[in-house]
Design a protein around this ligand. Sequence first.
Ligand code: HAM
Length: 476
Amino acid sequence: MSEGAAKKDERLKFQAVRGTRDLLPPETALWNRVEQAAHDVFGTFSFGEIRLPAIETLGLFARSLGTETDIVGKEMFLLAEREPSVVVHPGRFGPPPQSEQDRRDEAERVFSEPAMRESIEHQIEESVLVLRPEATASVCRAYIEHGMQQLPQPVKLYYMGPMFRRERPQKGRYRQFYQIGAEVLGGSDAPAIDAEVIEMVMMFFDRLELQGVQLDLNSIGCRECRPRYIELLRAELLKVKDKLGADSQRRIETNPLRVLDSKLESEQGIIAALPHIADHLCEECAAHYAAVKHQLEMRGVIYRENWRLVRGLDYYMRTTFEITAQGLGSQNAVCGGGRYDGLVELLGGPPTKGIGFAIGEDRLILSLQESGKAPAQQGRDVYIAWMGERAHATAIRAAKDLRKAGFSVELPPVEQKFGKALGQADKLGAKYALILGDNEVSEGLWTLKTLADGSQAKYTEPDLLEHLRKQKALSS
Ligand code: HAM
């Protein structure tokens, strides 16, 4: 193989992994703007930022989200260890194999004994590491680990960063995606907390001028009333089992609430006739739900009740919500959240109330781009066209002073003819070209060309800075 062919071959091998992508400028400027808006808006609600690891134990999510959920059952990325203490293979776990046959025999033996199986599963949950599929469980772990129940309650935290789920990639759905989330832990479960958290995310979307925002709201009851509703739902679903698709038929046993999530056209009529959870909430949950709605109305937050909004994770109770936005096709949920009282306790902490949400940042950005709310190509303020050694020294000093004053500057590393330099400045979308040649340097008068209209004027160094500052203030 020729050297060239080998090089080409090498290049072909390295591509971003399926479901992951590089985010490039100028798009990253929009990501930064969105994240800055989150810092600003969440800060005004007195939330503090928490930075969490991307790696956690399998057990954290198995416990929090539930082992029957798609995320835990099929979508988590498990990290392989160089010298595994246990071996994880599809659907089952066991000790390290000696030979293939030994491995099978050992796994058979171990998994036929329930106590052994349980102890191994526990070991696995503690020792197997995964890439986090979400961050609510991590925030609860951190709350316990750092004794945050000792702090004034509630503790209000927000986070942003990548999450990982092995889903089928499509527009708005990635295997590495980014969330911006917030959680309120501890204190009471006052409905005003639910409403304020929702108000905060709506204010954030408003700040970004996100278009077509629609808030869906529901209550899925508590440990008392939800099991009763689930039994009722199961009984009703069994009556129509034959008319349901295979997934829903299976879910009648595993998780009947998930049937309400179904998008299958043929099931919609059947689902519409099922009992609504709102009619089966216990007295406390019904009162809590009514108060959350009232609190939202007091804050001028417009919502739509959606009795089918059950959310896919086990930790939720009472308030659940989802927000959709325009331009996203079938993956149009841009935010999901809800109350999860009891999750901290489930993870070994004290009884603690909790509520929060996570925004899909990739989808938020997509929607902003589709509606034309994304900023155009980020141009430079000043391109310095210089010629000659003395001019180069002046150009370096000018670049430093302009950058100190907050202007973005492009300083070409090698001398270029002025014509070429101006063409380059144009291509890069610079607003101004600062022309520095021998004449300018000896006269102490610098030429500034405004590229939009081609006009030119001469300034002393301090006047130039003043002029640029004034222009910037006018345009912002
Ligand atoms: P979730 O509904 O699984 O909830 O995810 C929240 C948001 O993350 C979704 O609405 C969506 O915008 C985005 N998202 C999820 N999966 C993907 C993906 N594969 N590609 C792109 N975006 C995606 C949670 O994660 C909960 N932890 C939210 C929460 C916080 N509940 C209470 N506190």
